[in-house]
Design a protein around this ligand. Structure first.
Ligand code: GAP
Length: 513
């Protein structure tokens, strides 16, 4: 089995074993691509949300946050283009009965060509050593050029066929490239069909006059339709932003890879409203700012890359993804899009209401342009969880599993561990717990050997363990143990709040952005 697969399996089992993520409705055999967050997962998720919200809303005086409803007027999804165009092309394999996204099969094929191309470059880099000129090699090597041309031709043809709804050609392409079901090798395909990703539901008691609704597939439209309400009541001038965190729902065809692609997930989106003509400048600003926000988490710069979209959606004039190196390779973590005035103009047209802004500096009214940043909360959770989960062999040859989360995001900030229950240690530990609980999420445990208790805290990422022993009763000091260095230190109980705060506060994390 590939190593990557092992890592991913370990991530999934650790998430379940330590109360981070459970398959939803598990006692009824689960529900495909739906997950529940357990006691530690909910804490971690809330802390990630806080990190995003503080960075967006608290640190920027011109960005405010809202919380719009999941149910929205159905015409909104007509205006946004989701009713007509929020489709994935799907194809079934007749032998394995498995369903795939036709575009993903073709993109995966191209990714394999890209791997070959990268191998050529790596080989040459080794061969030429310091004298290697990568740019020149890429521009002149016949094999690299051939691979690139092949990829470009395939992707261009696919984009054109999808745009013109020529689904027969998408199937033809799959057949010409001899793409097989990755699990079974079968090439016995059905036709390609379009499949709308929105979940429908009904509003109203009597079925005959019930209104057809959709569960929102993105939170962004809740921002667009409230933009004028927020602008007027906040009295912000352009540029200003509206941020929102909330659930989104998509009936994904291929929902594998754990919480990477789910049918119910959460987005953290921000729409930045700007004067027309300035959008590309702000687009560049937000691309860099969002990358810095990710880098501050300390997961390693080598694990991020930009993927600039060459082929743009009809409403965008620039778009890029921040990709992350997940256990199954580089995939989209966040999208940054310059969405022009497409959405607001469409809502003006479909609602019949003016959504213009009067710009006192330009002395004119216009529909603002929008730069969007959109990151999946669950994908960020997976990025953090999978990168921070490490198996370590210690100096004495023993092993431990540690979740080295950024301390501000750790579900539990400190564990209070009396060495034993008797002799008044538990009572003393409880007074410490009761004093610190107003400031930090704590964990209290008096059972088992201390080493075992440390390991359990390492496995959920608790930055500090506080051990109370007999000396504590006499001199009011305790031992604190650091999760990452495992170093132990004797400190005064009176200093605990300050010590924990210095370790886990958001200021340290936010000031790195
Ligand atoms: N408003 C723009 C928008 O929704 P998107 O690229 O479709 O753009 C934005 O989604 C982000 O939402 C993605 O970068 C990803 O992190 C997250 N996301 C999208 N679909 C998802 C799914 N099925 N499961 C988990 N996260 C998803």
């Amino acid at each position: 089995m590939a190593k990557q697969e092992d890592v991913f399996k370990k991530v999934i089992s650790h998430a379940k074993e330590y109360g981070f993520i459970f398959p939803s409705s598990e006692i009824y055999d689960g529900l495909s691509a739906i997950y529940d967050y357990g006691q530690n997962g909910a804490e971690l998720k809330n802390n990630i949300k806080q990190y995003w919200w503080k960075a967006m809303v608290q640190l920027n005086e011109n960005i405010v946050g809202i919380d719009s409803a999941i149910f929205m007027h159905p015409t909104i999804w007509k205006a946004s283009g989701h009713v007509d165009a929020f489709n994935d092309p799907l194809i079934d394999n007749k032998d394995s009965k498995k369903r795939f996204r036709a575009d993903v099969l073709i993109e995966d094929y191209c990714a394999k060509i890209e791997e070959k191309e990268n191998k050529e470059i790596e080989k040459a880099a080794k061969r030429f050593g310091d004298a290697f000129n990568k740019a020149e090699f890429e521009a002149t090597n016949p094999k690299v050029l051939e691979y690139r041309a092949k990829r470009a031709a395939i992707l261009t043809r696919m984009a054109k066929s999808l745009e013109t709804e020529n689904l027969a050609d998408v199937k033809a392409l799959i057949e010409e490239l001899e793409i097989a079901d990755p699990d079974t090798g079968s090439r016995n395909w059905t036709e390609v069909r379009q499949f709308n990703l929105m979940f429908g539901t009904k509003l109203g008691a009597a079925s005959e006059n019930a209104t057809e609704l959709y569960l929102r597939p993105e939170t962004a439209q809740g921002i667009f339709v409230n933009y004028l309400n927020v602008q007027k009541t906040s009295r912000h001038k352009l540029p200003f932003g509206i941020a929102q965190i909330g659930k989104a729902f998509r009936n994904e065809i291929v929902a594998r890879q754990f919480i990477f692609r789910m049918r119910e997930f959460e987005q953290m989106e921000m729409q930045y409203f700007v004067p027309p003509g300035t959008e590309l400048e702000f687009y560049e600003y937000w691309k860099q700012t969002r990358l810095k926000w990710h880098l501050a988490l300390g997961l390693g710069a080598e694990n991020y890359r930009f993927h600039d979209h060459e082929k743009l959606a009809h409403y965008a004039n620039a778009a890029a993804d921040i990709e992350f190196n997940f256990p199954f390779g580089f995939k989209e973590l966040e999208g940054i899009h310059s969405r022009t005035d497409f959405d607001l103009k469409a809502h003006e047209k479909f609602s019949g209401r003016k959504l213009q802004y009067f710009d006192p500096e330009r002395n004119e009214s216009y529909v603002p342009y929008v730069v969007e940043t959109s990151v999946g909360l669950d994908r960020l959770f997976l990025a953090l969880f999978s990168t921070c989960l490490k198996d370590e062999v210690l100096e004495d040859g023993s092993e431990r599993t540690v979740l080295s989360l950024p301390p501000a995001l750790a579900p539990v900030k400190a564990a209070i561990l009396p060495l034993m229950k008797k002799d008044g240690l538990a009572e003393y530990a409880e007074t410490i717990f009761n004093d610190l609980k107003y400031d930090f999420n704590l964990f209290y445990e008096e059972k088992d050997a201390i080493g075992k208790r440390y390991r359990r805290q390492d496995a959920i990422g608790t930055p500090i363990c506080i051990t109370i022993d007999h000396d504590s009763l006499v001199d009011h000091t305790v031992t604190i143990r650091d999760r990452d260095t495992m170093k132990q230190e004797r400190v005064a109980v009176a200093d605990l709040r300050k010590i924990i705060d210095e370790k886990v506060n958001f200021r340290t994390l936010l000031s790195k952005i």
